[in-house]
Design a protein around this ligand. Structure first.
Ligand SMILES: C[S@@+](CC[C@H](N)C(=O)[O-])C[C@H]1O[C@@H](n2cnc3c(N)ncnc32)[C@H](O)[C@@H]1O
Length: 302
């Protein structure tokens, strides 16, 4: 019972819930497919009964565009990982992996080594809830960490991370939960981990204008942007995982640059709408565009 009411996985469940909802859409209409998300979400059977259309409609009554935002983030990283691992990347480190099942649901080269890094309690719950016969199960090493207090480099090297292999790191939906110092220290360690090899990193970050100019974080005509921001930040705090760190594009670029990375792309749902949603007949109207969080790809400086 203790494990069932454990609270540290609230936000990880929240994202998995959106992946479950999206996976209920018809194959020719969905943006991503995650057959494992249902294992992690409380009330998954009710969501399955409601189906995709009703669940998205309900979500849009509360925070318009939030479902599409999270799903576009997942798809954007899926595309990056598939492209990079079939090119020259040999290791994949998922920082703050939560209930991400990318390692199992994407077609990845069998020689790719995958490290899933998160708080020990979340990792333990994840392993308990995953079926035994998952694709790529042997390629994954689970690594426990608290980014605020532990060294990523030490933890990864202890479990066989190869510093000479090209690596991709993803930090999806995490930077808002950890201090600026912890983000900086994590990026420094990421750079130190791969001193002579090519590495890439994906980071999402929340726009620092969220409170002083909420309007700038949503599309034109978005209804009550301040209320949306309060609802999201209050909900995260109530789950015991408050949002504490926010950035401007310039700050993120500078933190990356100081840690030997060059920013290659900085996107939001506004940029990905025509790429992902329009081709399946689901173009998101401007007044539902949620662009509070940005998606960044950077490469190690040559
Ligand atoms: C919103 S969830 C995102 C999970 C996953 N990346 C996804 O998109 O599905 C945030 C994740 O960050 C992890 N996290 C938050 N603070 C952390 C910390 N100080 N150290 C390690 N992990 C942390 C949480 O355990 C959780 O899994």
């Amino acid at each position: 019972m203790g494990k069932l009411i454990f609270r540290k996985d609230g936000t990880a469940q929240g994202v998995a819930k959106q992946r479950l909802i999206e996976s209920l859409a018809k194959p020719d209409r969905r943006i991503i497919y995650d057959p494992y998300a249902k294992n992690f979400v409380l009330g998954a059977n009710i969501i399955k009964l409601m189906g995709h259309r009703l669940s998205v409609w309900l979500g849009n009554k509360i925070i318009p565009g939030m479902h599409e935002h999270l799903i576009s983030r997942t798809r954007y990283i899926d595309d990056l990982i598939e492209k990079s691992t079939f090119a020259n990347i040999e290791q994949y480190v998922i920082l703050g992996a939560g209930y991400d099942s990318r390692a199992h649901r994407l077609k990845l080269p069998s020689k790719l080594k995958i490290f899933e890094v998160d708080q020990s309690e979340v990792q333990e719950l994840k392993r308990l809830r995953l079926p035994d016969n998952m694709p790529n199960r042997e390629s994954i090493t689970y690594v426990d960490i608290d980014f605020n207090h532990q060294s990523l480099k030490e933890q990864l090297i202890n479990v066989g991370f190869d510093q000479n292999k090209s690596t991709i790191f993803t930090l999806e939906g995490v930077s808002q939960y950890i201090s600026r110092e912890a983000l900086d220290a994590t990026l420094k360690e990421v750079a130190d981990l791969n001193p002579n090899s090519n590495s890439k990193i994906f980071i999402s970050y929340v726009n620092k204008l969220l409170k002083e100019d909420s309007k700038a974080c949503f599309g034109k005509g978005y209804s009550k942007p301040e209320k949306a921001v309060s609802f999201i930040t209050n909900s995260a705090a109530k789950m015991g995982e408050p949002w504490i760190s926010f950035y401007s594009a310039e700050e993120i670029e500078s933190i990356l640059s100081q840690n030997n990375f060059t920013l290659i792309e900085n996107k939001t749902l506004a940029d990905l709408n025509s790429k992902y949603f329009t081709p399946v007949g689901r173009t998101i109207p401007e007044n539902h565009i949620f662009k509070l969080e940005h998606f960044v790809i950077a490469e190690s400086k040559k």
